[in-house]
Design a protein around this ligand. Structure first.
Ligand code: ADP
Ligand code: ASP
Ligand code: MG
Length: 825
């Protein structure tokens, strides 16, 4: 008879719909001439609930009958929802009712005696599988073909010694063969309970938590099956627990050994014992997703073809590290034997051992709940040695966990351990003990429990993500922020595929709302989704989300003009965030705040990029930095730094009055809503400060000599009154224009920084042939006169305002950040 085995975990059969999905999968998997054994777990959460009932009854807590009733009702409801033929439903309901009556009696006894033996717990906790298997068999019989069910306790015989489970293969095989003979001709599909078994004396027991995977491979071995497929709620074995590492990926292939190690070190998706019956008979195991049956899943077999040196990471949480230390231990034979024998005798499970070659100390990890027992046992066992002073301490470090890295490919490959520990070091994770299996298939480290997720994420990203994976958070969705997100949306895929720059926009926030995503937001239609989302803007939560610790780098793009956000830059930098911003308020703020910000940049080693603070997308700050860094000396920086003022004076040829040019510019949106913000010269002054500070001048806004073009009598009025009142000043400006024109000069509003520290922004005249005199529209122009560019200054010129060019400048700062972080140019 040809058999194949499918196992469905509790996550696959959480409700009636789950049983229907399972039936659909089985129908799709059926091949003629093959028999199918379906191992099924209890409905999701039922084993937990049954165990809890025993615990509650033991404490004489009166809530257990109500909880028992609720559990019964959940099963009866599922039965109803399955829509079985009424007679069959009533039969099954009667069985369920009878089982619950039995359990209720047992719990009453537990409650009276206030004691529950292991056997009682095993007896009660196995019922979930008994109900689940009968439900599935009944459903399959009603929608497909007649299906039999097998209570594994009739066949599977085990010898449990503490936490160890020994299968009695001979007895189990004989009983299975007998069962098959008794039920001949055997139905095409047999549903078998997972998890449960019997002892040699016929007492109900289990294969311990998560044991249904193990049941599947035991039955596969007994039936001589061709394959085992374990159906669960994830796409396969992932490179780390997806609940803790959102970027975990499906591992396509694993060797039996790799899968065993990962499972042993905590990858809950498969029970560690599952592999061993399959290995001896060479049966391949598949892990697949019940809810996405089209996904290929993970194949586990004798050899893995997936080349990555490292397959996955896992943690065993809630461990205690015990360190037995003594000068009298070195070179004395039998110390470890005595130690581990004593622990074995009380069934303490030792998960990891590390011993220094001096034999001066032995360090090992045990589950936290056994730490007291372990310590006491060792104190008794080594009593004589402690008295003599040969053993000095039995130290206990609580609240630890083990982090393990697994992969056949690390065998004889240098550098893997280095990368692992480097990643932990960089994440600030303290390593307390280290072990490497001699198979070189795993490296494990004991770390503090509270570092567990951080450590898992750090090592996972070191091996699985490109170093240019950057978590991006955008604050501000106005003209610039919006244009930036649109530009990013168009390029982001190409940047990843062609340049290896993996920009993950994981958050967008404006003053009202925020949109967050664990992996990355789809930027198509970001605006509508942000508008539709309910989450209120919460800056602290946003920043924490953008810098979760599991991605190598994170950046905040501050696309606002807020004065408040720059005050937080310092703490963001210190926490490891990079910053990209067109917002001038940080660099042009009070000098002491500016100096603190610079200090934070230096000390944090993070990047703060702000090219668009001056001249929008034009390379002005970058050019200045290059001049300075290559050792040039600045003599003078001079230029037209305001797009609006550039436009106003480029248009002022004497044919139209100044006030009408200002009004037209205002009406076309070329000025700030209040044109005085441009005409006051303060915006130019801020840009000058930024450049002056760049060359090392420690100045504040008061140190800049600014000529305001806002007449004094119009400073307090409304914008409209201002525009009206400006007419009265046309005469004065016209005179200046006429006077300049008489000398073939033009008027320009120019900012200048001299090497001696004098900084000014004022109206000046330039000869008609001068570069400043021949600009178009709102061009900016900056001239750098330096020691090297002396007689002929270096000029940067072009449009210096507008959302598209500014957003592009922000975007190129972001790409510059990626290249600083190591992206290929
Ligand atoms: P089932 O009820 O199907 O037996 P389990 O809950 O026992 O399912 O195991 C599946 C769960 O294991 C997944 O939902 C996932 O959260 C968790 N898990 C932990 N580590 C891993 C890993 N490395 N790969 C896949 N899943 C994992
Ligand atoms: N139902 C059992 C448990 O929850 C066995 C299993 O699902 O594997 O542990
Ligand atoms: Mg499981």
């Amino acid at each position: 008879m040809k058999w194949i085995v499918h196992k469905f975990g509790g996550t696959s059969v959480a409700n009636a719909c789950g049983y229907r999905t399972v039936a659909g999968i089985l129908a799709g998997q059926r091949r003629t001439g093959e028999h199918t054994a379906v191992i099924v777990s209890a409905m999701s959460g039922v084993t937990d609930a049954l165990i809890e009932l025993v615990e509650i009854a033991k404490t004489r807590d009166n809530s257990y009958p109500a909880k028992l009733e609720a559990l019964k009702q959940r099963h009866l409801d599922t039965l109803t929802e399955l829509g079985l033929e009424p007679r069959r439903r009533l039969e099954l309901a009667a069985i369920v009712e009878a089982d619950f009556r039995d359990i209720s009696e047992v719990l009453k006894g537990v409650s009276i005696a206030r004691i529950a033996s292991e056997q009682i717990k095993e007896f009660v906790s196995g019922h979930g599988e008994i109900w689940s298997a009968q439900f599935l068999a009944a459903h399959l019989s009603s929608v497909a073909r007649p299906t039999t069910w097998l209570d594994a306790r009739q066949v599977l015989t085990v010898d449990s010694e503490g936490s160890q489970i020994k299968i009695d293969w001979t007895v189990s095989q004989t009983r299975l063969d007998q069962w098959l003979a008794d039920h001949a001709p055997i139905a095409e599909t047999v549903v078998i309970t997972g998890y449960i078994a019997s002892t040699q004396d016929g007492i109900a027991t289990t294969l311990k938590r998560n044991g249904s995977d193990f049941s599947a491979s035991i039955f596969a071995a007994l039936l001589g099956a061709n394959s085992i497929t374990i159906w669960t709620d994830v796409d396969g074995v992932l490179s780390a627990d997806p609940r803790r590492v959102p970027d975990a990926i499906v591992i396509p292939d694993l060797s039996y050994q790799e899968a065993s190690e990962l499972a042993y070190f905590g990858a809950k998706v498969i029970h560690p014992n599952t592999m061993f019956p399959a290995i001896t008979r060479g049966i391949p195991i598949w892990i697949r997703n019940t809810f996405k049956p089209d996904e290929r899943g993970t194949a586990i077999s004798a050899t893995s073809t997936f080349e990555a040196p490292i397959k996955g990471f896992a943690t065993v949480d809630d461990m205690t590290l015990i360190n037995v230390e003594g000068t009298g231990m070195s070179g004395v034979p039998g110390v470890s034997h005595k130690l581990f024998e004593a622990l074995h005798a009380v069934d303490v499970s030792v998960v990891m051992i590390s011993q220094a070659s001096s034999e001066h100390s032995i360090c090992f990890a045990v589950p936290a709940h056994q730490s007291g027992l372990a310590k006491k046992t060792l104190e008794d066992a080594f009593e004589a040695e402690i008295r003599r002073g040969a053993v000095q301490t039995i130290g206990v470090v609580d609240e630890c966990c083990i982090l393990a890295m697994v992969g056949d490919g690390m065998i004889e490959r240098p550098g893997i351990a280095g990368k692992f520990f480097h990643a932990l070091g960089k994440a600030g994770v303290n390593v307390r003990a280290i072990a490497q299996g001699s198979s070189e298939r795993n490296i494990s480290a004991v770390i503090e429990q509270h570092d567990s997720t951080k450590a898992l994420r750090a090592v996972h990203s070191a091996f699985y993500l490109s170093p240019q994976t950057i978590s991006v958070g955008v604050i501000g969705t106005g003209l610039i922020g919006g244009a930036f997100l649109n530009q990013l949306a168009e390029r982001i895929d190409l940047l990843r595929t062609e340049r290896g720059i993996d920009l993950r926009v994981r958050g967008i926030m404006n003053s009202r709302r925020m949109l967050l995503h664990d992996r990355h937001l789809d930027l198509e239609g970001w605006h509508d989704r942000l508008e539709a989302c309910e989450a209120e803007a919460d800056l602290a939560r946003f920043v924490e989300h953008i810098h979760p610790g599991h991605l190598p780098h994170a950046v905040i793009v501050d696309a606002t003009s807020s004065a408040d956000l720059p005050r937080r830059y310092e703490s963001w930098l210190k926490s490891g965030l990079n910053i990209v911003t067109p917002n001038k308020k940080g660099n042009a703020g009070p000098l002491n705040e500016y100096l603190k910000l610079r200090d934070a940049v230096r000390k944090s080693g993070r990047y703060f990029l702000y090219e668009t603070n001056v001249g929008a997308g034009l390379p002005i700050i970058h050019t200045l930095r290059n001049l300075l860094d290559t050792g040039d000396t600045i003599i003078r920086i001079e230029g037209i730094f305001s797009g609006t003022l550039s436009y106003l004076f480029n248009s002022l040829d004497g044919t139209k009055p100044f006030s009408s040019i200002v009004r037209a510019a205002h009406d076309q949106g070329f000025t700030e809503p209040d044109p005085r913000d441009d005409l006051s010269g303060m915006d130019v002054a801020r840009k000058l400060i930024i450049l002056a500070r760049e060359i090392g001048l420690e100045i504040d806004l008061e140190d800049v000599r600014v000529e305001s073009l806002v007449p004094e009598n119009l400073r307090g009025s409304s914008p409209e009154e201002f525009l009206d009142g400006l007419v009265d000043h046309d005469q004065a400006i016209s005179e200046l224009v006429r006077e300049a024109q008489a000398r073939q000069h033009v008027l320009r509003y120019v900012g200048a920084i001299e090497a001696n520290g004098s900084v000014s922004a004022c109206l000046r005249t330039f000869p008609a042939g001068h570069v400043f005199a021949n600009l178009t529209g709102g061009d900016n122009i900056v001239s750098f006169q330096t020691a090297r560019y002396n007689s002929q200054p270096m000029i940067v010129r072009g449009p210096g305002a507008g959302p598209e060019v500014t957003a592009a400048g922000v975007f190129s700062d972001l790409l510059r950040l990626a290249s600083f972080l190591g992206a290929p140019l």
